[in-house]
Design a binder for this molecule. Structure first.
Ligand code: UD1
Ligand code: MG
Length: 452
């Protein structure tokens, strides 16, 4: 862990035009949370003295998402050098190391940041350390020009490169660690006399070199440096993160029959010996206890599931679902804001919302908690060991006492005392021979009609 003073400046003023979105680019999600939040969490692991963001005009939603970290507005956008300069008010008197990162490059690892800070503090020291990578197609990326001694001489933007420089495969990711005592002095000296008429942050390297300072680079794997500019890039980043999350889960003792079809969220917690079938999706906020089995095609979000539970196939656990140890949630069952207590069973075709299902209670197929009258939501409370007959409609607010039974097909509108039977049912009529007479009559009518 890096204890020397460190700050970070996150550039996020870009409009993200190619996302074709009404939402700022950095708020698009990867594994269930905003890409900016992934980056903020990685940065927070250094316990930096401060993190400041540079955002564009009208990006209050980004500022809200990173609160209480300060956001500086860059308007107009005159280039990456100009963007970092916009963070100056938030960095007043700061003199440690400053990490400059891009909000749309959220997958840089803690280890990579560590390596950059280490290089920055090495002997001989490096005034700036740039994160390099080798993309398959260097295209429009800035090229890192490395001197004979292995130190970094310059970053040359593609548009300014000589044909020889364009052949360089080592590119600028944009991430930098810079000596904070000198950073803003150099930024103030950057001009915009170049192909794009922008203030290039990359010019900082040559300014530092001209001041007799050494600069260096560190390389990181391509997948950490996926920059997200389009929905297609977002999908690639999602795939990278999912692969990582699945590997972590399996390393921690989770079995996945078909890992590629299981989708996890950044915060999914899975216990040992959890077994996950194909095509299971975990939205944010799910925890699953040891030995639990999640059968295929289940969808879980904001739910806590205990140990040795069986969920699915085709189950849906919505926010506020709390399923205790050894309970059973079967096919086509939806649970929302409800606690299913120890060993209770909701095995088939049910909706249980705003409810408690007591320990070892059994909920028959097709049972529905009618929790909403179009205006208010009400609760259903089902006692320990209760037996709810198939196709019961429980009209909330309603309480079913411990050990009570409801008859199949009943509509329960009043509380049922413990150990009672409650049923609403029209008397059964049996008309002997009726069906046979009916068939005979209708068949004759049909025959007559065809003869016409
Ligand atoms: C930049 C680098 C290039 C590098 C590439 C990596 C410069 C001059 N060039 O080029 O060497 O290979 O990134 O992706 O730095 N931003 C602002 N305000 C601005 C301009 C940019 O906040 O005025 C932010 C953007 O939101 C984005 C980042 O800075 O997060 C990079 O900007 P972008 O315009 O994509 O830079 P490139 O031209 O790709
Ligand atoms: Mg770019």
């Amino acid at each position: 862990m890096t204890k020397k003073k460190t700050a970070a400046i996150v550039l996020a003023a870009g409009l993200g035009t190619r996302m074709e979105s009404d939402k700022p680019k950095v708020l698009h999600t990867i594994a269930g949370r905003a890409m900016i939040s992934h980056l903020m969490e990685t940065l927070a692991r250094f316990e930096p003295d401060r993190i400041a963001l540079v955002i564009g005009k009208g990006m209050e939603s980004v500022a809200d998402s990173v609160s209480p970290h300060p956001c500086c507005v860059q308007e107009p956008r005159l280039g990456t050098g100009h963007a970092v300069l916009a963070a100056k008010p938030a960095m007043d008197d700061f003199e440690g190391d400053v990490l400059i990162v891009y909000g749309d490059t959220p997958l840089v690892s803690e280890a990579t940041f560590e390596a950059m800070l280490k290089a920055r503090r090495a002997t001989p020291g490096n005034a700036a350390v740039v994160l390099g990578f080798r993309p398959d197609d260097p295209g429009a990326y800035g090229r890192l020009v490395v001197g004979a001694d292995g130190s970094l001489d310059a970053i040359v933007e593609a548009k300014e490169c000589t044909p020889e420089q364009l052949e360089i495969g080592l590119c600028n990711s944009g991430v930098m660690a810079v000596d904070g005592a000198r950073l803003f002095g150099w930024l103030a000296r950057i001009g915009n006399d170049n192909a794009k008429g922008e203030y290039y942050l990359t010019d900082l390297i040559e300014l530092a070199r001209a001041d007799g300072q050494r600069c260096a680079f560190v390389e990181a794997p391509l997948e950490e440096l996926l920059g997200i500019n389009s929905r297609a890039d977002l999908a690639v980043a999602e795939a990278v993160v999912q692969t990582d999350l699945r590997a972590r889960a399996m390393n921690a003792g989770v079995t996945m029959t078909d890992p590629a079809s299981v989708f996890l969220s950044w915060d999914t917690q899975l216990g040992r010996d959890v077994h996950i079938g194909p095509n299971v999706v975990f939205g944010p906020g799910v925890s699953v206890g040891a030995g639990t089995e999640i059968l295929p095609f289940s969808h879980l979000e904001g739910a806590s599931v205990g140990a040795n539970v069986r969920v699915g196939p085709f189950a849906r656990l919505r926010p506020g679902a709390e399923v205790a140890d050894t309970a059973r949630i079967g096919n086509f069952v939806e649970i929302k804001n409800a606690s299913i207590q120890l060993g209770a069973k909701v095995s088939h075709l049910s909706y249980i919302g705003d409810a408690r299902v007591g320990p070892r209670a059994n909920i028959g197929a097709g049972t529905i908690t009618c929790n909403y009258d179009g205006y208010f939501k009400d609760r259903t409370d089902i006692g320990e060991g209760a037996f709810i007959g198939s196709n019961t409609a429980l009209v909330a607010p309603v309480k079913i006492g411990d050990g009570a039974t409801t008859g199949a097909g009943s509509v329960i509108t009043k509380d049922v005392p413990a150990d009672a039977l409650a049923l609403t049912r029209a008397p059964l009529k049996v008309l002997a021979g009726w069906a046979a007479r009916f068939r005979k009559r209708r068949a004759a009518e049909k025959k007559k009609g065809q003869a016409k």
